[in-house]
Design a protein around this ligand. Structure first.
Ligand code: AHR
Length: 495
């Protein structure tokens, strides 16, 4: 018979906000994310400010991206900010050792990044160099960005055309310090954090929100050590977790060609984010019961093999309906953990990993993942609504995962938003929802789906997957009833 799910959404006493910063993005000097993505050849026939592509800016403004993390990633721990300021022609070049060994000309530096953020109307999130940079270098970068008074460093900023401070507050103290950021132990890193953080000063008007390099996946020792040794000295601590379809870094699986079994494994791996966030949060609760320290999932997304024929160091991958289901499911997890997860950054905005946007010279397309961020933007800064869900299982042999996942919020106009994901590759699922302590009289909806899980947007057919009106929900008595098509993301609006 027909598969059914039951949901309860409760209003009334929730005081928790789904921070808009959960919808943050990450852009590294990697492959064609910055160079050939945001920052293009002056001769490319597209609208630009400076060398920043404005069609990309417009698309990202539409989904209200709240913050942008830069310059890495692994790149951050070999980046020296002084090489990226001043007249472009005089900037020294460097080798991007992590990503394809290409020459970096430093034409995109601090001023260009902050110009991009101001065009996007988003907050910058800068990651400083702990692995190969000095304490003084990081300290002076913060002074250059945020100090309003007179100093040799701010004189340089003025000389470079920016008399006013930039006011950057999200500040990463290194990246993956257990790996590409210096192969440190948790004990050593937490001491280093204190050194670097002591000299990254709070200038008037711009207190820094310092974010420590946190664990990857289930490295609970790293979390425990940082919470014990750093505690509330940090504003936040990061977590990195990627969804690898096969679960193996050596052969991750294709982005566009996969079986239902491979799809099942991808979603199972994706759902592990909930376990990681839950367990890391429990450790954080021990040291910080008031939940002052944010869990910042500043790298997440699906990581597949690169598109055949492309540079393996550039991490260029296509983006299918499966990617959209990964994004929607992960964002539901973050929304439901918004008491601790105050910020997250999808890896990476343009042309790299689970991108929102792909470009081919002057052409550009919006990926299925972009459309999920568009659908979910209604949750940004809305009040979280607790849910209880009874979902049918999606089975694969003896293995199973919940077929449905959900999150819900109520915005400042008292409009209720419910985002529902049906992971079942074949079956539609009927969901019946009771709403407690919430007033509404009608429902409208939007949907993202496609015939096949492997469907993608291409430069020839850029709108194959797009948001459409959903008419499968209705009010029946005081219940909300919706038929969720197989492999779909549905966002309902109740007023
Ligand atoms: O996002 C790609 C890379 O993944 C980042 O540079 C690094 O932090 C992580 O290992």
């Amino acid at each position: 018979g027909q598969a059914k799910a039951d949901l309860t959404v409760t209003g009334g006493d929730s005081k928790l906000t789904i921070s808009r910063n959960i919808y943050g993005q990450f852009s590294e000097h990697l492959g064609r994310c910055i160079y050939g993505g945001f920052w293009v050849d002056p001769k490319l026939p597209v609208a630009k400010q400076n060398r920043i592509r404005l069609d990309i800016v417009e698309a990202l403004k539409k989904i209200h991206i709240p913050n942008l993390r830069w310059p890495g990633g692994c790149f951050a721990d070999e980046y020296h900010w002084r090489d990226g300021i001043g007249p472009s022609a005089q900037r020294p070049k460097m080798v991007n050792t992590n990503w394809g060994g290409v020459t970096e000309d430093n034409s995109f530096g601090t001023h260009e990044f902050l110009e991009l953020c101001s065009l996007l109307k988003c907050e910058p999130y800068i990651t400083g160099n702990v692995g190969s940079g000095t304490v003084d270098e990081m300290s002076k970068w913060v002074e250059y960005l945020n100090f309003d008074g007179e100093s040799p460093t701010t004189a340089l900023r003025k000389q470079n055309g920016h008399p006013a401070p930039f006011k950057v507050s999200f500040w990463g103290v290194g990246n993956e310090s257990w790996g590409c950021g210096g192969n440190m132990t948790a004990e050593y890193y937490s001491d280093q954090f204190k050194r670097y953080a002591s000299f990254a000063k709070n200038y008037p008007g711009t207190p820094l929100k310092k974010i420590a390099t946190g664990p990857s996946d289930g490295d609970y020792h790293w979390m425990e050590t940082c919470m014990k040794n750093i505690g509330t000295r940090m504003w936040g601590i990061s977590l990195h977790n990627y969804t690898i379809p096969t679960g193996s870094w050596s052969k991750k699986g294709s982005a566009t060609s996969f079986t239902n079994a491979e799809y099942f494994n991808t979603m199972k791996n994706c759902l592990r984010m909930d376990e990681y966030v839950t367990k890391h949060s429990a450790i954080m609760d021990k040291y910080d019961p008031e939940k002052k320290v944010a869990l910042v999932v500043d790298e997440w997304g699906i990581w597949t093999d690169v598109e055949p024929g492309t540079n393996p160091g550039f991490l260029y991958q296509q983006n299918s309906l499966r990617d959209a289901l990964v994004a929607a499911t992960t964002l539901n997890i973050f929304n439901n953990h918004c008491d601790r997860v105050k910020m997250a950054n999808l890896a990476q905005t343009v042309n790299v990993l689970q991108a929102l946007i792909l470009t081919d010279n002057e052409k550009m397309l919006l990926t299925p993942t972009y459309h999920v961020f568009d659908l979910y933007k209604v949750h940004q800064d809305a009040t979280y609504l607790p849910i209880e869900l009874k979902s049918p299982d999606l089975e694969n042999g003896s293995d199973k995962i919940p077929a449905i996942n959900v999150s819900a919020s109520i915005d400042s106009n008292k409009v209720i938003h419910i985002s529902l994901v049906n992971l079942d590759p074949e079956k539609k699922i009927s969901i019946r929802t009771g709403l407690k302590g919430l007033n509404w009289s009608g429902v409208t909806g939007q949907i993202l789906t496609s015939e096949k899980l492997t469907d993608v947007n291409t430069f020839q057919k850029p709108n194959k997957l797009k948001i459409e009106t959903f008419t499968g929900a209705s009010k029946q008595g005081d219940q909300l009833v919706a038929d969720l098509p197989a492999h779909s993301v549905v966002v309902l609006t109740l007023k």
